[in-house]
Design a protein around this ligand. Structure first.
Ligand code: IPE
Ligand code: MG
Length: 237
């Protein structure tokens, strides 16, 4: 089971408490820790979370700076445990615009956990679904230009293998807390057959119970992948 989550609502959570947005983001990191801990027992093996979108650069510089500090905050406190518990960490998204220290920390987290295979945590950071699709198209075009690929060989699977998420199966469920009902450029290609679950809780309040509720909503859905269910085939005669 692959679950993906748009971590949203940090700012509103802080505002409700009369706190600066930065404290909402810090509380969001704690929610991520709770969620990662709860996931394996709920049969989730792949978890992809949206931490920073390519559109988030348009926020005030001070807030961008605070968001940029979050991966460091998370890895500093948790990377040893993730490594020990068999979690493979991958940060998907562009490295462009990230500080050298941040890139080093990301590389280190990925290298330290590269051989793990119990649980797969993808952190989308400086990620945009459209940008990722464009990057995959460009990569393929380059291969064609160099004579290493043939346009006739491009099918959905070959294209997907050039996306940042190529190592994970497509998400079964995409969860968005905070009441917003949008994908916001998250996993656009990969979302083709994902069930969408929207929850009213703000991300900093998120935890095991909310994840469990989201999976219960998912389990109640009937996934048909464009087909009809067997009973209706019979009914249609
Ligand atoms: C999610 O919380 C964090 C990021 C998008 C990086 P927000 O900062 O979007 O919180 P709201 O939507 O303003 O409440
Ligand atoms: Mg938001």
């Amino acid at each position: 089971m692959h679950a993906a989550i748009v971590m949203d609502g940090n700012g509103r959570w802080a505002k409700q408490r009369g706190l600066p947005r930065s404290l909402g983001h810090r509380a969001g990191v704690e929610a991520l820790k709770r969620t990662v801990s709860a996931a394996p027992a709920l049969n989730i093996r792949w978890l992809t979370v949206f931490g920073f979108s390519t559109e988030n650069w348009s926020r005030p510089a001070a807030e961008v700076g605070q968001l940029m500090a979050l991966p460091q905050r998370y890895f500093q406190s948790d990377i040893a445990r993730l490594e020990r518990e068999g979690v493979r960490v991958r940060v998907i998204g562009s490295r462009e615009g990230l500080s050298r220290d941040l890139v080093r920390m990301i590389d280190d987290a990925q290298a330290r956990t590269a051989k793990n295979d119990t649980f797969f945590l993808n952190i989308a950071f400086n990620y945009g679904g459209q940008a990722d699709i464009v990057a995959a198209a460009r990569r393929f075009a380059e291969e064609v230009a160099q004579g290493r690929a043939d346009p006739m060989d491009l099918d959905q699977q070959a294209f997907a293998s050039r996306l940042a998420t190529c190592d994970s199966p497509p998400p079964d469920v995409i969860i968005r807390p905070s009441g917003e009902q949008r994908l916001s450029n998250f996993l656009l290609w990969e979302a083709a057959y994902a069930e969408l679950v929207f929850q009213d809780v703000l991300w900093p309040d998120y935890g095991a119970e909310h994840l469990k509720a989201a999976l219960a909503a998912f389990a109640a859905r009937e996934r048909r992948y464009g087909a009809v269910v067997a009973d209706d085939v019979l009914a249609a005669g």
